[in-house]
Design a binder for this molecule. Structure first.
Ligand SMILES: *[C@@H]1O[C@H](CO)[C@@H](O)[C@H](O)[C@H]1NC(C)=O
Ligand SMILES: *[C@@H]1O[C@H](CO)[C@@H](O)[C@H](O)[C@H]1NC(C)=O
Ligand SMILES: *[C@@H]1O[C@H](CO)[C@@H](O)[C@H](O)[C@H]1NC(C)=O
Ligand SMILES: *[C@@H]1O[C@H](CO)[C@@H](O)[C@H](O)[C@H]1NC(C)=O
Length: 331
């Protein structure tokens, strides 16, 4: 009897070895094939070592499957030791909502046009890489896009005006590239309910900021370190939503004395421009103003007293034509 039950136990044991408990693979075979192509096109990097054809691709590193459809919906490659171009095969993951290649020094070449096929994309971050070529205008066809970040690359050419057609865009990061030309007029007509946070700093943009941008209610706008010129007073006013605004290191030239500002304003950087007039008295009523900088301009007169204006230091006011009063020396 004892040997009999031992025999049964061993029988089950050996059966379980030869027929392992088999969980059905969730991964869609088409997606798996595409991912293996991507891995191959990237030169089989160590970062993708878990992409083993014998395992379920829904369990692989840096990809996600949608829990309902089991289709690949995210590819997020971050800080990897990978060289080469973004494989065109990414365009064959039709359920992709998030596409991210970030902090990868040796990703070069242009942004592949195959991305235009990914009509479900919500988040695209191709940043801190070494991409070259233009900002593709096909992004304007990806209507569900909420977040487009192409910052910290070497993209050149001008900004595609059609990006304003993205109805759900919450943030547009084109900063730290080599973009030239002007800010498109169309950026005063974003079709969404509120305009995206706009980051265009550290490029080589020229010309005046289109007056149409005054029609938009921006919350965050960073145009710093370009070669933009002229008057941007239309971006300010009591009824705006402005919170963070960086216009530093440009060639803006207008009288700021009478500008008014919303209660919400918390950061305003105007350093290194050609602003004239005096520090606006309207700033003294802003309780939320945390950072302010008007150094290196052509301002003149006594700094208005009140609000947070005296809490900033000498370095936020110095190098003007004849600005005086605390925190600068008395007039
Ligand atoms: C980038 O590529 C260069 C030349 O091919 C190589 O020397 C360097 O180690 C690579 N760097 C990274 C972080 O992969
Ligand atoms: C681009 O490549 C250069 C030279 O290989 C490197 O120094 C730089 O850090 C790279 N840029 C980024 C954002 O990785
Ligand atoms: C801008 O947005 C703020 C805050 O949402 C709102 O109070 C204000 O009415 C808007 N102004 C305009 C001109 O649309
Ligand atoms: C204001 O701008 C000047 C000039 O660029 C800079 O030296 C100073 O550190 C800035 N202040 C702050 C608080 O960043």
């Amino acid at each position: 009897m004892k040997t009999y039950s031992l025999f049964i136990i061993f029988l089950f044991y050996f059966l379980s070895l030869s027929f392992p408990c088999y969980a059905a693979e969730k991964c869609n075979p088409k997606d798996k094939k595409v991912l293996l192509k991507i891995k191959q096109d990237l030169g089989n990097p160590y970062h993708l070592a878990s992409w083993n054809p014998d395992t379920d691709c829904c369990d692989w590193y840096v990809v996600d499957c949608d829990p309902k459809t089991n289709r690949i919906n995210a590819l997020t490659v971050f800080q990897a030791n990978i060289s080469g171009q973004i494989p065109a095969a990414v365009g064959d993951l039709p359920f992709l909502e998030t596409l991210l290649f970030r902090h990868i020094t040796n990703i070069t070449g242009e942004i592949p046009s195959a991305i235009a096929k990914l009509t479900r994309l919500k988040t695209v971050r191709l940043s801190w890489t070494n991409l070259t070529g233009p900002v593709p205008s096909f992004f304007s066809k990806l209507k569900t896009l909420t977040y487009l970040d192409l910052s910290f690359n070497q993209l050149s050419g001008s900004i595609p005006p059609s990006l304003s057609l993205l109805p759900s865009l919450l943030a547009l990061h084109l900063d730290r590239n080599r973009l030239t030309g002007t800010i498109p007029e169309s950026f005063g007509a974003f079709t969404g309910s509120s305009p995206p946070d706009l980051f265009l700093s550290h490029n080589q943009l020229t010309g005046s900021v289109p007056k149409t941008l005054g029609n938009m209610n921006f919350t965050r706008i960073d145009l710093s370190r370009n070669k933009l010129e002229g008057d941007i007073s239309f971006l300010f006013g009591k009824s705006k939503a402005l919170q963070d605004a960086d216009f530093s290191r440009n060639l803006f030239e207008f009288d700021i004395t009478k500008l008014e500002f919303p209660e919400s304003l918390s950061n305003l950087d105007w350093n290194h421009n050609k602003l004239t007039g005096n520090v606006p008295v309207g700033l003294t009523t802003l309780d939320n103003l945390q950072q302010f900088n008007v150094s290196y301009n052509r301002l003149c007169g006594q700094i208005p007293v009140g609000g947070n204006l005296q809490s900033f230091t000498y370095a936020e006011y110095f190098h003007n034509r004849c600005l005086c009063g605390a925190p600068l020396p008395a007039c």
